[in-house]
Design a protein around this ligand. Structure first.
Ligand SMILES: [Zn+2]
Length: 443
């Protein structure tokens, strides 16, 4: 996936720092441009396609090794976000590679050409406090939306996806993390939680996916309550929307985010649910649904947040309705609070790659609840089964890649009622004021 530079000042810094190296390279008659043993100067390129990461993380010493496989490219630049990592060195099979640490990102010189290029970065990381990296006090990682660079050299653009292999050592307890993420995932998805976990097996789906919930001592009742229908929900998602792409063992992990009812985070295949939300069937189903939308199909830009959160808020209600759990009364009241409150906002923006989500009005409950109501009304026009079929078609066309919400809207319009669906799109997603129909909800 391609990435656009997000900061003019970063660009300026990088250009200033790299100019000398580039002229030095020009003067060097050196090896052929596609010689894998060449050692090109570090230079900026935010658009390289990362195919996979191997992350070997030592929690005791806060040291790690990232093995990065890149798609081959005629350009020798690679830029990665590195937060406050301390980079010890970069090498490949032929020896050390040149790099420059520019603070928030690093530039590397990668030999050009080839089908792929593999490089290894040795580094150390630090503990974070503000849900922005490895939260040592809470023994849990948190990198959404754009803090991956505080744990590993990365590209946080949500359109960028890669596979992962992980090892975690030095944990003071049981570490839950994915040894392998076989489908392309966004940068914030790989995660670690350490605790005194008990695994409660929930069973296997007809596709053979094993589900569990991992809880801390004293959480047996809330863990069982929140996941009592999770196997049926996951089965519904697999059979209705298409095969799951992140492995054959999945489940909910109780995350220590401070104890409140803070929802969860879509860290597939072992998604985190805050300990205070562990008993919520809605939160468990919502995070599971992100395996299809948000993670399975990534958003092309943060402006498309509703393609992740609106879809999965609807999917949670859709799947739980099949087992007799009705989320809509709660959703209706959450919507009413949005419509009557000061934090109402437009749920879908036209631009792409221009907003900093967590410092933008869009980071609110509006994309979740307006999005869910939008799909509920589309289902009213097309039928629930027809909407499910369209969500399945879209998932299977885009899984492992990224998409824009407008692409899904156009697919829905192609299924009939085009004018009415466009009117719903404008009313629910592209207008700040809530549609008139919202005022009758949550009496
Ligand atoms: Zn979500």
């Amino acid at each position: 996936m391609a990435m656009v530079p997000r900061s003019a000042s970063l660009l300026f810094l990088a250009a200033a720092a790299c100019g000398g190296d580039k002229s030095a390279a020009t003067a060097d008659a050196g090896p052929k441009a596609d010689d894998p043993s060449s050692r090109p100067p570090a230079s900026e390129n935010f658009t390289r396609d990362i195919l996979s990461y191997g992350l070997d993380i030592d929690l005791a010493n806060k040291q790690a090794v990232a093995t990065i496989t890149l798609a081959g490219d005629p350009d020798t630049g690679l830029s990665l976000e590195v937060g406050n990592l301390v980079i010890a060195g970069v090498h490949d099979d032929f020896g050390e590679l040149q790099f420059i640490d520019l603070g928030s990102h690093m530039n590397i010189g990668v030999p050009a050409g080839g089908e792929t290029r593999k490089l290894v970065i040795d580094y150390s990381f630090t503990s974070h406090q503000n849900f922005d990296g490895w939260l040592e006090d809470k023994e849990v990682s948190f990198m959404w939306p754009a803090f991956c660079g505080n744990l590993y050299p990365c590209i946080s653009n949500p359109a960028e996806g890669a596979t992962y292999e992980m090892t975690v050592t030095g944990a003071q307890g049981t570490a839950i993390f994915p040894e392998s993420i076989p489908g392309d995932a966004p940068s914030y998805m790989p995660a670690i939680a350490v605790g005194n976990f008990t695994e409660l097996a929930l069973g296997s789906t007809s596709a053979g996916t094993e589900l569990s919930v991992w809880h801390e001592p004293g959480q047996e009742i809330s863990a069982s309550a929140g996941t009592s229908n999770l196997l049926a929900v996951f089965e519904y998602f697999e059979t209705t929307y298409g095969p799951y792409s992140f492995g054959s063992k999945v489940g909910t992990v109780s995350a220590d985010w401070g104890g409140g009812d803070f929802g969860g985070m879509e860290h597939h295949p072992f998604w985190h649910v805050s300990s205070g939300s562990l008993d919520s069937e809605e939160v468990n189903a919502h995070e599971a649904a992100h395996g299809w939308y948000g993670d399975g199909v990534r958003i092309a830009c943060w402006e498309d947040f509703v393609l992740s959160e609106g879809v999965v808020t609807y999917m949670a209600a859709r799947a739980l309705s099949e087992v007799g759990v009705d989320l809509w009364p709660d959703y209706d009241c959450e919507l009413k609070a949005i419509c009557n409150g000061a934090e109402n906002t437009t749920a879908l923006l036209d631009s792409c790659g221009e907003i900093d989500l967590i410092n933008h009005d869009l980071w609110s409950n509006a994309p979740y609840q307006k999005g869910a109501q939008y799909f509920r009304e589309v289902a009213g026009l097309l039928g629930e089964a027809e909407l499910d079929a369209a969500l399945s078609e879209f998932y299977q066309a885009h899984v492992g890649g990224s998409a824009r919400m407008r692409e899904l809207v156009e697919l829905l319009k192609s299924k009939g009622q085009s004018q009415a669906i466009e009117e719903l799109t404008v009313a629910w997603l592209e207008t700040e004021a809530c549609p008139a129909s919202a005022s009758s909800l949550c009496p």
